[in-house]
Write a protein that binds this ligand. Structure first.
Ligand SMILES: Nc1ncnc2c1ncn2[C@@H]1O[C@H](COP(=O)(O)OP(=O)(O)OP(=O)(O)O)[C@@H](O)[C@H]1O
Ligand SMILES: [Mg+2]
Length: 284
């Protein structure tokens, strides 16, 4: 992305926008790669933050493949007060909006870029988020239309970049980091998901996708490392059954590393906000 609307100059210009009233921090959960656990991280991060006493919203920006409603176990329809006001649904104390609630079932959305742009804008602007400490945005894979719309529409406090340790994932994730850099979005740090597996049979540790590459990559980009999340069947089951492990508390299987990551995100945002002056999310 060397030039055009998302180039470095645009990034600076785009910091100057009107706020989403009441929202203190907007955190994008991203990765260049599909299937590395972005939604799992976004959902569990949001619940961990909520359980740590914060007010939290979750915006599912994966319009074509919205998985947040399933992972939160809800199919409630959001209410529209009028044409410009959507009331988000509530699950696990989070305010949430997702295309999966508006277009349930198996019928795919076949939309071009401008439609995507418009729906993300509406999710950001027309949802009654109220007072939030954190609005977490679950992004689709890649560095495409949705990412660009988000970055152009709202001042993102920071991005949590999710990877697995595999070389194939890392190659795409580096692109995501470069994209955020070029548009001046702070990288809060890298999370290595599916970092290792503790075998319950032999008590040995198996590095299914390798191990430690996320940390190496963070170091090579000069960005913080936010932590490792192990492969745990309970994490997958939690997502599939709409009972995310973070909702079971910090001591639940698979949950400890998620809470540790959440604390690191909070600490990073404090540093970022202090150096930026005011922790205000702004919108065009
Ligand atoms: N640490 C983990 N341990 C076990 N299963 C996991 C873990 N992280 C993610 N999964 C499982 O891997 C699958 C993919 O995860 P998820 O949907 O969160 O990835 P994603 O990056 O959001 O995918 P997409 O790119 O399609 O949006 C899901 O079934 C999820 O439950
Ligand atoms: Mg996802």
């Amino acid at each position: 992305m060397a030039s055009g609307p998302a180039g470095p100059a645009a990034g600076k210009r785009l910091q100057d926008k009107a706020p989403i009233t009441g929202v203190k921090n907007l955190v994008a959960v991203a990765s260049g790669k599909g299937g590395v656990g972005k939604t799992t991280v976004a959902v569990n991060l949001a619940i961990a933050l909520k359980n740590m006493g914060h007010s939290v919203g979750l915006l599912d920006a994966d319009v074509y493949g919205p998985n947040v409603p399933v992972m939160l176990g809800t199919n409630e329809q959001p209410r529209a007060v009028d044409e410009r006001t959507i009331i988000p649904v509530e699950a696990y104390g989070l305010k949430m909006i997702s295309m999966g609630l508006l277009n349930p079932g198996d019928k795919p959305l076949v939309w071009r870029g401008p439609m995507l742009h418009s729906v993300i804008q509406q999710f950001l602007r027309s949802t009654q988020w109220g007072e939030l400490d954190y609005l977490i945005v679950d992004l689709p894979p890649g560095t495409g239309d949705v990412q660009l719309t988000l970055i152009q529409s709202v001042s993102v406090s920071g991005a949590v970049v999710v990877t697995t340790p595999s070389i194939v994932a890392l190659a795409d994730v580096r692109k995501a980091i470069e994209m955020f850099r070029q548009v001046n979005v702070e990288i809060l740090g890298v999370v290595e998901n599916m970092s290792y597996f503790n075998c319950p049979h032999c008590n040995g540790r198996i590095d299914v996708f390798g191990h430690g590459e996320g940390q190496h990559m963070a170091k090579s980009f000069g960005v913080p490392f936010l932590g490792e999340i192990e492969i745990d069947p309970q994490i997958r089951i939690g997502g599939d059954t709409g009972k995310p492990v973070a909702s079971l508390g910090e001591d639940a299987p698979g949950s400890k590393s998620i809470y540790a990551m959440a604390r690191n995100v909070v600490a990073r945002l404090e540093v970022v906000n202090q150096s930026a002056g005011a922790p205000v999310v702004q919108i065009l």
